[in-house]
Design a protein around this ligand. Structure first.
Ligand SMILES: [Cu+2]
Length: 316
């Protein structure tokens, strides 16, 4: 949905901001006292031994008409509380909401351009200079749910950092929260997964430009880890048709994630990205060549688009 005026100053990307995050840790921790983090029992029925927790981060008031800078809340970084000190997270479902809990979306103005939650206590597997990007989505608000028996381990020493980019198409300012519903289980009760962030933008930045018409951008990585891929989902911007990941060494398509569209507020909005889950989807060996392929089809050239496959690998 992004229409930006070309600028000599490129927007800090998800990745660049994530790299900044570690350096900004001291400041971010101080900022945490300003941020309200509420852990509210959602009261939802959960499988035996599991619990759902809905955590609200914010609020932020997004200025009127902030479709792009100035006014856009760009790469706001805050330390946030984890949903537990030590537990396994079986899945998470993000939303952008108003104070009354109703969904805030582009039919009423707000756009969750993206959020990324990183664990500062671990390195990103693909781009080790960055902290470990464990949860993320754009306005499509993709729910992640690992196959039964798998979870992302949260440990006592982990420190979470939240990066948000919020925009508002309304002519009135809007106050919103990022609401994430986590499904959690006791510590070390599941086989742990780790995040694998495969990005058509590479390691230096997620954003790139596409020409008018059909295009594909690829980026490859020689895997430094082996294991069983159990979950993956794509992320693209408007104009994206699908993003896929392949294991070129084994000749396997790991996941193909189509972009789904709807109309909101008279605009064409990307509302879904496909998810892949399996036990496993595929086995990946150390040294395999993994490639992300990001396909776009746009009427005009676009700047600052993305093509990411966010995958999770079980190594245990
Ligand atoms: Cu994006």
């Amino acid at each position: 949905m992004r229409r930006r005026t070309p600028s000599p100053i490129s927007k800090p990307s998800v990745l660049a901001a994530s790299a900044l995050a570690a350096a900004a840790l001291a400041a971010a921790v101080l900022a945490a006292s300003v941020l309200v983090g509420l852990a509210l029992p959602a009261g939802r029925a959960a499988a035996a031994g599991t619990q759902t927790l809905t955590v609200r981060y914010g609020p932020w008031t997004i200025p009127a008409g902030s479709m792009d800078r100035p006014g856009e809340i760009l790469n706001n970084v805050s330390a946030i509380p984890k949903p537990c000190g030590s537990c396994d997270i079986l899945g998470e479902k993000p939303d952008l909401v108003y104070a009354d809990g109703s969904s805030a979306n582009m039919d009423t103005g707000p756009m969750l351009h993206h959020f990324v939650i990183s664990n500062l206590a671990a390195h990103d597997a693909v781009c080790p200079a960055l902290s470990d990007r464990i949860w993320a989505s754009g306005n499509e608000r993709t729910e992640k749910r690992f196959p039964d028996g798998y979870g992302l381990a949260v440990r006592n020493l982990d420190q979470w950092l939240l990066l948000t980019d919020l925009m508002n198409y309304s002519s009135a300012p809007k106050t919103v929260y990022l609401s994430i519903t986590y499904t959690i289980a006791g510590a070390a009760t599941t086989t742990p997964v780790r995040s694998l962030w495969l990005d058509a933008g590479g390691c230096l930045g997620s954003a790139y430009n596409v020409p008018a018409g059909q295009s594909v951008r690829t980026w490859s990585w020689l895997s430094t880890v082996g294991g069983r891929l159990v979950f993956a989902n794509g992320h693209q911007h408007v104009g994206g048709t699908h993003v896929s990941a392949t294991d070129d060494t084994s000749g396997t398509t790991l996941c193909d994630s189509p972009a789904g569209y709807d109309t909101m507020g008279g605009m064409r909005v990307l509302v879904s990205m496909g998810v892949c889950a399996g036990d496993p989807i595929a086995a990946i060996r150390f040294g395999d060549r993994l490639t992300v392929h990001s396909y776009y089809d746009t009427d005009a050239p676009e700047t600052g688009v993305m093509g990411i496959m966010h995958a999770y690998l079980a190594q245990g």
